[in-house]
Ligand binder design. Structure first.
Ligand code: E9O
Length: 598
C-alpha cells in the first residue's frame, strides 16, 4: 500500500480516525488465541493518538501487548475507490484486523504503514477496527534493550534501555482512513537542480499496476503556473519543469510551490495528487554545506517528541509552540533525535524554513552484541532507512540523513571490554547502511552521529561528520577550563581524522534544574549550563570546518529512572519540559539572533 502522504484532492479523501478508542492490556499475550480481534471485552477508554504510559497507573512501565478498538462507517461516495488504513506509527509491532479479518502487520516504530482495507470493509455497516500493539523492549530491536545476561553493568536504570529517552508505547500518531482512485499516483520523487537563476524540478512519477498513459504536471507559485506532460509507461514516468527566476526555498524565505500531478484526461482525471513543495539544492562542497549554492551554518537543537501526559503522542499545539520557540531563539535547524519524527513536524519544518537532520532510529547500537542480534538489527535498520527516505524524500527541509546516533563498540555502563572485532563489524554494518541511503536518495548527504571521536572508520563514511561532545559534563565535570582545553584537542582531532569534511557538533550540554542558581557556577545550575554552552560556542566559532552547533537538548525530556536522572528526566533542555526558557536560552538567543542580523 502507498506511503505517499494522503493529501486530499478532487479525487482523494482522507478521514482522521483519531479520538476516544477502546483499550485493553494483554499481559499474558492471550488475545490472539482468544479471538480478541473479533471485538474487545472489558475495555477502558484511551485517546488516540497518545502514548499509553502516562495515562493510567498500571501502564506507566507497561511495555507488553495492548489492544485498541474503534468503529467507523464508510462514506457512501467512496464506493469503487481503494480504501487504506494508514497508521502514522505504532511502537513497536502492530497487527491490524478489520471486522475480524487480518489486514496486515508492521514491525518498527516511528514510521507509517498503510493497509488495504477493501477485502474486509463493509460499505453499508459499521466497521470494527482492532489493533494489537506490542512494545517489548528487546535486545534484537532498534533501538534495543541490552541483553543483561551478556554484560556486567555497574549501574542499573529502569527500564534499562540502551538509550536515554523513555520508551513510550502505543499509537502515537494519527490513524487515517484514505479513499484513493483505483488508478493512482503511487509514488512521487521531486529533485531540484539549478542552472543560474533557473530551477529545474525533476518529477518522477510512479503509478500502480503498470499503468500507461499521460500525466499533466504543474508547479504553481500562486501567480505563475508551469506545466508539462509526462508519458507514463509501465507505471513510471519523469518530467522536468524549468522555473526561471525561481523563488528558492530557504530559511529566510521558506517559499512553497504547489505541485500537481493529474493522470489521464484533463476533464476527468483518473487521479489528482497535490502537495506543497520547496525548490532548493543541497550539496556538500569541501568543508561547506551549500543550500542553493550558499554556505549554511546550522544553529538549533536535537529535538525529542516528548510532553506531559501524552508522551510521544502527536500534539499539534506542542509542535507549533516548539517551532515558535525555535524561531524565537534564532535557530535555523533541528535534528529529529533519535527517530523519525511525525510527518506533521516535517510539513511544518518546510513551512517554517528549518533545516532538518533527519535521523533514523538506530541509537546506541553496540557491536559487542551477538551476531544474531546484529543481523536482526541490520534487517530492521535497513528497512527503516528505506521507509524513512520514502516518507520524507520530498521535504525541502531535509538536508542531511542521519543513519543513527552514538553507535558503540560496547554498551554504555558495562564493565566488560569491547571485543577485538567490534570496530570491523561496525565498519561493515555502516558501509551497508550508507549504501542503502545513497541508493535511495543520491540527492542528499548522509551522516552517522558519533560520540566524542567515535571510531573514525564508522563516522568517516559520512559526507558530513557529526559528533556529540560532553567536555564539562560527562568529562571534566565542573572544570570548564580543563573542558575547554579538551574540546580544542577534540575538534582538532576530528579535523585530522576527517580532513576536508564539514563537522557539526550535534550535542553538547549540561543538566540544569530550572530555578537552581549558583555563583560561582556549579553543575546542575542554570549558570553552569549557560557558561558551558557559551564556552562551546566560543571555541566552535574558531574553526571554519565547523558548520553547525546543536546544544543538547531543545527541552527537558522524560527518561528511564536512573541515579543520573532527577525527576526521571534528562534536564539538559535549554527549555524546561513545559517550554519555559532557562538562562541558556537567553544566551543562545542573543548569540544566534545577532549572528542572523549581521
Ligand atoms: C545521546 C542523548 O540521547 N547522547 C547522550 C545524552 C545524555 O545526556 C543523551 O540524552 O546522556 C550523551 C552521551 C554521553 C556519554 C558520555 C561518555 C563519556 C565520554 C567517554
Amino acid at each position: 500500500a502507498p506511503i505517499l502522504y494522503p493529501h486530499s484532492s478532487r479525487t482523494r479523501q482522507t478521514r482522521d480516525l483519531s479520538g476516544l478508542w477502546r483499550f485493553r492490556l494483554d499481559p499474558d499475550g492471550r488475545g490472539e488465541k482468544d479471538g480478541w480481534f473479533r471485538g474487545l471485552d472489558d475495555t477502558r477508554t484511551i485517546a488516540v493518538p497518545c502514548s499509553w504510559n502516562d495515562l493510567f497507573d498500571d501502564t506507566a512501565d507497561y511495555f507488553g501487548t495492548a489492544w485498541y478498538e474503534t468503529s467507523f462507517r464508510m462514506d457512501p461516495g467512496w464506493r469503487g475507490k481503494r480504501i487504506y488504513l494508514r497508521f502514522g506509527s505504532a511502537s513497536y509491532r502492530a497487527k491490524v484486523w478489520l471486522n475480524g479479518r487480518l489486514l496486515g502487520e508492521h514491525v518498527g516504530g516511528h514510521l507509517p504503514f498503510a493497509l488495504d482495507a477493501v477485502p474486509a470493509l463493509r460499505p453499508d455497516d459499521e466497521n470494527r477496527l482492532v489493533v494489537m500493539v506490542e512494545n517489548e523492549l528487546r535486545a534484537d530491536r532498534v533501538p534495543a534493550l541490552p541483553d543483561r545476561s551478556r554484560y556486567r553493568f555497574y549501574e542499573s536504570d529502569f527500564p534499562g534501555t540502551a538509550y536515554d529517552f523513555f520508551p513510550y508505547s502505543g499509537l502515537d500518531r494519527p490513524v487515517l482512513l484514505c479513499a484513493v482512485p483505483e488508478t493512482q499516483v503511487y509514488d512521487l520523487t521531486v529533485t531540484t537542480r539549478r542552472n543560474g537563476g533557473t530551477a529545474i524540478a525533476q518529477i518522477e512519477i510512479g503509478v500502480n499496476d503498470g499503468w500507461n498513459g499521460r500525466a499533466a504536471v504543474s508547479l504553481s507559485d500562486g501567480k505563475r503556473r508551469i506545466a508539462a506532460t509526462a508519458a507514463i509507461r509501465n507505471g513510471r514516468g519523469t518530467v522536468n519543469l524549468q522555473v526561471s527566476d525561481a523563488r528558492l526555498w530557504q530559511p529566510s524565505d521558506p517559499f512553497l510551490h504547489t505541485l500537481s500531478v493529474a493522470l489521464g484526461e484533463a476533464s476527468a482525471p483518473a487521479d489528482v495528487y497535490e502537495m506543497p513543495i520547496g525548490l532548493r539544492t543541497i550539496a556538500v562542497d569541501g568543508e561547506r554545506l551549500l543550500l542553493n549554492g550558499e554556505p549554511v551554518h546550522l544553529t538549533g537543537f536535537g529535538r525529542h517528541e516528548d510532553f506531559f501526559l501524552h508522551g510521544r503522542g502527536l500534539d499539534l499545539a506542542v509542535l507549533v509552540r516548539d517551532f515558535e520557540l525555535l524561531r524565537w531563539i534564532g535557530a535555523n535547524s533541528f535534528r529529529t533525535s533519535h527517530y523519525p519524527c511525525a510527518e506533521e513536524a516535517m510539513m511544518l519544518a518546510d513551512r517554517y524554513g528549518f533545516l532538518v537532520i533527519a535521523e533514523s532510529s538506530a541509537v546506541s547500537l553496540a557491536f559487542s552484541d551477538s551476531d544474531d542480534v546484529l543481523a536482526a538489527q541490520h534487517r530492521q535498520l535497513a528497512a527503516d532507512l528505506k521507509a524513512r527516505i520514502q516518507r520524507d524524500k520530498n521535504y525541502a527541509s531535509v538536508v542531511l540523513w542521519s543513519i543513527g546516533n552514538e553507535a558503540l563498540t560496547k554498551p554504555f555502563r558495562t564493565l566488560d571490554r569491547a571485543p577485538a572485532d567490534a570496530v570491523a563489524k561496525g565498519t561493515a554494518f555502516f558501509a551497508d547502511m550508507f549504501a542503502i541511503v545513497r541508493a535511495a536518495d543520491p540527492s542528499r548527504p548522509a551522516t552517522l552521529v558519533s560520540l566524542q571521536h567515535g571510531p573514525a572508520e564508522w563516522v568517516g563514511q559520512g559526507d558530513v561528520i557529526c559528533a556529540n561532545s560532553y567536555d564539562g559534563w560527562y568529562e571534566y565535570g565542573g572544570r570548564l577550563e580543563e573542558a575547554e582545553a579538551a574540546l580544542v584537542k577534540e575538534l582538532e582531532q576530528l579535523h585530522t581524522d576527517h580532513p576536508g569534511k564539514p563537522v557539526i557538533i550535534t550535542e553538547f550540554g549540561a543538566d540544569a534544574v530550572a530555578g537552581n542558581h549558583a555563583d560561582p557556577p556549579r553543575m546542575w545550575s542554570e549558570e553552569y549550563q549557560a557558561d558551558m554552552i557559551a564556552m562551546y560556542l566560543k571555541v566552535l566559532g574558531r574553526y571554519s570546518y565547523i558548520i553547525g552547533e546543536h546544544p543538547w537538548a531543545f527541552a527537558d525530556f522524560k527518561t528511564p529512572q536512573a541515579v543520573t536522572r532527577a525527576k526521571s528526566m534528562n534536564l539538559k533542555g535549554v527549555f524546561t519540559r513545559d517550554r519555559t526558557p532557562k538562562l541558556a536560552a537567553h544566551l543562545l538567543r542573543s548569540k544566534w539572533r545577532s549572528d542572523a542580523d549581521a
